[in-house]
Design a protein around this ligand. Sequence first.
Ligand SMILES: Cc1ncc(COP(=O)(O)O)c(C=O)c1O
Length: 404
Amino acid sequence: MKPAMSSNRLDIRPAPGLMDTLDEQPLDPMLMVLHLLRSDPRPNKIDLGIGVYRDNTGCTPILQAVKSAERHLVETQTSKDYLSPEGDAGFVAALAPIVLGDGIGGETIWGMQTPGGTGALRLAAALLHRTNPECRVWIGTPGYVNHAMLMQAAGLEVVDHPFFDKPSQTLLFDAMMSALHEVRRGDAIVLQSGCHNPTGVEFSHDQWRDLAAFLNDRGVVPVIDMAYQGLGAGLDEDAWGLRHVLDHVPEALVCVSGSKNFGLYRDRVGALWVQGTNAGSVRRARTNLNLMARTLWSMPPDHGAAVVRTILDTPALAAQWRAELETMRLRIAGLRHDLATAVPEFETVKTQSGMFSLLPLDRDQVTWLRIEHGIYMVESGRINIAGLNEGNLPVFANALRSVL
Ligand SMILES: Cc1ncc(COP(=O)(O)O)c(C=O)c1O
């Protein structure tokens, strides 16, 4: 007779493990849209959800300048040896004038490569926490969902302040400034320069001036995020606020993404600059950033940054990239104009810029658009303008009118 062991074994239930202590997490709202979109069999569904640029055929193209730079790299690259936690210094040097302009530089500002804008934000948060664990980070609402999560991931406390009123589509500058009166010296604030995600609104030059003076006066460190440079009003204009703030505060962190304006989303291209009061403080920040990058991702991926460096260091490719970026920018501006003309109730879409607008729709209207018309957007009403095209814009406009 066989021992009863085998059946006993079946009876043994494993004790709860570490993973059993975890709470189930909700899907990110963006991934939720993607999931629903992918399981919708309707051929004419319209994707205005995920934040990637699309051309008139609905594709997210690889830029010609990128293709040429990649060919050049394949032919000439001789090693895939490690670089360093700081990444490709040539990439940072080539990008600096585009981001910072010609007037900002010297030994009180220093930059490094990061895995995307997300990496730059995460590292900026880690640095803030290291300099001042009590630092609270002010973030405007509605804002980019990942900002708060990234700051909290580094152990920082997040405080909301008003930024935008969805029903009236207005930037709440006065309400924001009055909320900011509660800041403490050493707090930080996340600001987006150009093409605000999710609202598409931008501070006026006067508002940037007031804000910079206030931050300087109250000792608040700006963390300036620029993820869509060149897709709003142009490369220099989108960076106007960023450059003005850097000129008027002693310390700041600048987080940049190359995902959208170089179309290098999956290659994870980004950079972080730190501005300090003197060369010594920037050097100290640099050594700390190196150490922290080492424990977060060790070294950033090389390929995308090498592509950007190659483009910017080759005058013909740089000119081609600027032209391709301008084509994307103008297409988005044209779609904004066409949508506002087709649905005059949403005429503010025309005054906003960049890839996103936060339409004054409630959750029921968004759900209705999805179920009845196969139109996908984030639950908040955020749409990716670049998801529109000649074919689907009239369909979207009709559907919008039907829910108003
Ligand atoms: C406002 C903002 N900041 C940062 C990022 C992060 O960009 P990346 O994909 O380069 O990490 C995004 C991406 O959507 C964004 O919208």
